[in-house]
Each structure stands twice: as structure tokens, then as C-alpha cells.
Design a protein around this ligand. Structure first.
Ligand code: FES
Length: 182
């Protein structure tokens, strides 16, 4: 089973949504990968490291309302421990209003955990909204400043040039608090 360590950025407590940077140790295939986003540039992982097929993430330390980013196959994956309000926002949408109609229920395995690939589907920028204080766009999800795409709390495109919702990585819950991505 993979080990993980989490560092919390900024003050914790209350309902404040702090950003966690998670160090994911993957043990699939040859070698072991230590991956921290956004330090990927400085780590400069080899192609073999980027090909690691799966990453296990311990969800236990992630409080309701917090978001973390982990790296999987060289891509940022956003994990959002959604609040009840965010879930209701995602589920009260008229699908006819959506550019890429998808019910929230089809985008999550557990309502409180949204897991999406953090790459804008327009031209590939990493949207803002993971760190505390960053803009989350008009629908409270993520905002891509490159050309102004807004995503909602289900990671669905709501405004701007992005053609589709944030992609979903393959994943499965190994237990209530452990998820394997890939
Ligand atoms: S890359 Fe995100 S809006 Fe263009």
C-alpha cells in the first residue's frame, strides 16, 4: 500500500478552505516516485517515472471544504472534499443549460469527493481554485485565467472557450479513506 504525507499551506480550522500539497508515493512498477505539484518542473521526472500507472492517496487528512492536488502520470489531479453546499450547487443545475451536459452523479463515485484532471479542456492550462484565495470563477469551481473558462463545483464547463468538462481520471476507492488513481 502506498504511503503518503500531507503538508497544509496556511492556517487551518473552521470552514476555511486550505490548500494541501500532497506527497504521493507510488509503488507501482519499477522504482518509487516522489511527486509534488507544482514542483514538477524542478523535479524533472524521467519518462519512466511519468509512466507510473497508479497513485494512491490517503483522503483521511483532507477536511471538508479542502482541495488538494496530486500528480498522476505527469498530470495534476484535483481532489475536492466538497461541502454539502457545493454538492447541492452541482446537483441543482438544469442540464439543458450546460455545454457538456453531465449530471453530477455521473462525475463522482462518492458525493463528497470530486476527483478531476486539473487541465483546462481548452488549451491545457491548469485552472485556478485549488489554493486558498485563488479565484474559483462564477460557479465556485475553478477558473482558467488563460482565456477565461469557468468550471462549476462538479468541474463542468459553464462559461468561456473550453469545449468540455474537466476530464475524469480512472480511480477506485480501496477503502473509505484510500483512493487509487489510475
Ligand atoms: S486554456 Fe483554459 S481557457 Fe484557454
Amino acid at each position: 500500500m502506498a504511503d503518503s504525507a500531507v503538508r497544509q499551506d496556511g492556517a487551518a480550522g473552521g470552514n476555511r478552505r486550505d490548500f494541501l500539497e500532497l506527497v504521493a508515493w507510488s509503488t507501482f512498477g519499477v522504482g518509487t516516485l516522489a511527486a509534488i505539484w507544482p514542483l514538477i518542473d524542478s523535479l524533472n521526472p524521467s519518462a519512466a517515472v511519468l509512466a507510473v500507472a497508479s497513485t494512491e492517496v490517503d483522503l483521511e487528512p483532507i477536511e471538508t471544504g479542502q482541495r488538494i492536488t496530486v500528480l498522476w502520470r505527469g498530470k495534476p489531479v484535483f481532489i475536492d472534499h466538497r461541502t454539502e453546499e457545493e454538492i447541492q450547487m452541482a446537483r441543482s443545475v438544469d442540464l439543458d443549460e450546460l455545454r457538456d451536459p453531465e449530471p453530477d452523479e455521473a462525475r463522482v463515485q462518492k458525493a463528497e469527493w470530486l476527483i478531476v484532471i486539473g487541465i483546462c479542456t481548452h488549451l491545457g492550462c491548469v485552472p485556478l481554485g485549488q489554493r486558498s484565495g485563488e479565484p474559483r470563477g462564477q460557479w465556485g469551481g475553478w477558473f482558467c485565467p488563460c482565456h477565461g473558462s469557468h468550471y462549476d463545483t462538479a468541474g463542468r464547463i459553464r462559461k468561456g472557450p473550453a469545449p468540455r468538462n474537466l476530464d475524469l481520471p480512472p480511480y477506485q476507492f480501496v477503502s473509505d479513506t484510500l483512493v487509487r488513481i489510475g
